[in-house]
Design a protein around this ligand. Structure first.
Ligand code: FAD
Length: 402
């Protein structure tokens, strides 16, 4: 047929939201829509620290795509993207190939260890459901092993986390909740377990102001998290991190790197021009020089003209970009002018475990403690609502009492 074919790569916040918007905006006669994703499920990337700590079940953080996108309207392909051949308007998948008229790249993030020696080999990373579940299973295994072995090494109980940005801090916040639970379950003294967060920068959580940062630091320290700032990691060995000028070795049975992310490696493998691991897109979210390719979410940088730097990558940004991409695709198909993306910042909330957190909402209103934790659950449930409506919120929503 002559219908244009829109192919969306990735069913994360960016890709899934784009697909859902396109279904609403375009009739089946106007365009064919194909959604390609590695798994048959979407997952909430912003909940992965909870999966990694074992404070939620992995199934709570994922949703079958066919439950939230009508397979009669959208062709669903579950396969891994290997390379985009833009000169041939073709995408190479692990098990097949597909051509497109319009392409939306929403393949998300991968861990970035900035080349720190041994990190890729010896540290876990929070990247998707599988890598996150592996971390919580590994931690529990360390506890089970320790309680079965009289001569076991106490260091094996330690959990070492590299990076005190958003993911690292939210992760140690969950660990502060989980470790006492594991200690009870395996009859281990809580004082034998160290949770250590190591950060090269002079402060944790650079996106929040001083007051909220010191609140967060104190909350975590009061619950037994050791925070080391100004401590660059020079190497990761099978035993732990080598840290600081005096090359101190900090040992742990579980070592996790949360210190950085970059866009999907498919971008580089496809020969796209990258700046710090991502594509710099135009105001209309298209790749420079390309009429028919949009790159969104954690795969691209979008320039914030007011601040004269790119918007920081977040789920909130990815979902808002999706709205503009869907509208611009409709505009392309109907020969209308495209519009530029403008971000409407609704604020940021970081959790510090189940019942604590910090946040900046409604442009400069500060939250800390239980009110921030409650707001975080509202944000998480809203995300589910947007994907699957009220039934999904009832099924997988955040309702853990404080
Ligand atoms: P993703 O959500 O990563 O989705 C990418 C999709 O593409 C996935 O479905 C994946 O399976 C699929 N995919 C990847 N590679 C391939 C391939 N080769 N072939 C086929 N499919 C593929 N942001 C906030 O706004 N607020 C927060 O509180 C927050 N907390 C966070 C907490 C954690 C622990 C983490 C890790 C991130 C957090 N973020 C938060 C950031 C946010 O999760 C990301 O910015 C967001 O996920 C980006 O959305 P995306 O759609 O680009 O990518």
């Amino acid at each position: 047929s002559n219908k244009p074919k829109i192919v969306v790569l990735g069913a994360g916040y960016a890709g899934l939201t784009t697909t859902k918007r396109l279904i609403k905006m375009l009739s089946p006669e106007e365009a064919e829509i194909v959604l390609i994703n590695k798994h048959n499920y979407h997952y909430e990337s912003t909940w992965l620290h909870e999966v990694a700590a074992g404070t939620i079940n992995p199934n709570q953080a994922r949703v079958m795509i066919s439950d939230v996108v009508n397979p009669k309207r959208v062709r669903l392909v579950y396969d891994s993207v290997v390379e985009i051949k833009k000169d041939e308007q073709r995408v190479v998948l692990e098990n097949s190939e597909i051509t497109y008229d319009y392409l939306v790249v929403g393949l998300g993030f991968e861990s970035n260890d900035f080349g720190i020696k041994g990190m890729a080999e010896h540290a876990f990373a929070i990247e998707d459901i599988d890598t996150s579940r592996l971390i919580s299973e590994h931690i529990e295994y360390q506890f089970a092993k320790y309680s079965n072995d009289k001569n076991a090494d106490e260091d094996s109980l330690n959990i070492l986390v590299g990076g005190a940005g958003f993911t690292g801090i939210e992760f140690v916040g969950e660990l502060a909740d989980k470790v006492p639970e594991l200690c009870k379950k395996y009859d281990i003294d809580r004082n034998k377990v160290r949770i250590i967060n190591v950060e090269a920068a002079p402060s944790i959580l650079p996106m929040f102001d001083k007051e909220l940062v010191s609140y967060a630091k104190k909350s975590l320290e009061d619950r037994g998290v050791e925070i080391m700032i100004g401590a660059p990691i020079s190497e990761c060995t099978p035993e732990g991190f080598i840290v600081g000028d005096d090359k101190e070795l900090i040992k742990a049975g579980t070592v996790v790197w949360t210190g950085g992310v970059k866009g999907s490696s498919v971008l580089g493998d496809s020969g796209f021009e990258l700046v710090k691991g991502k594509v710099n897109v135009n105001g209309d979210l298209r790749m420079p020089e390309e009429e028919n390719i949009f790159v969104i979410g954690d795969c691209s940088w979008v320039w914030n003209k007011e601040a004269d730097r790119p918007y920081p990558p977040t789920a909130q940004l990815a979902m808002q970009e999706a709205d503009v991409v869907a509208a611009n695709l409709k505009a392309l198909i109907t020969n209308q002018p495209l519009k530029d993306f403008v971000f409407d910042d609704k604020g940021t909330v970081a959790s510090l475990g189940n019942s604590d957190g910090i946040g900046n909402v409604f442009s400069s209103y500060k939250l800390q403690g239980k009110s921030a934790a409650a707001m975080k659950k509202v944000v998480d449930n809203r995300s589910l609502f947007m994907i699957g409506g009220p039934m999904l919120v009832l099924k997988k929503g955040k309702v853990r009492p404080f």
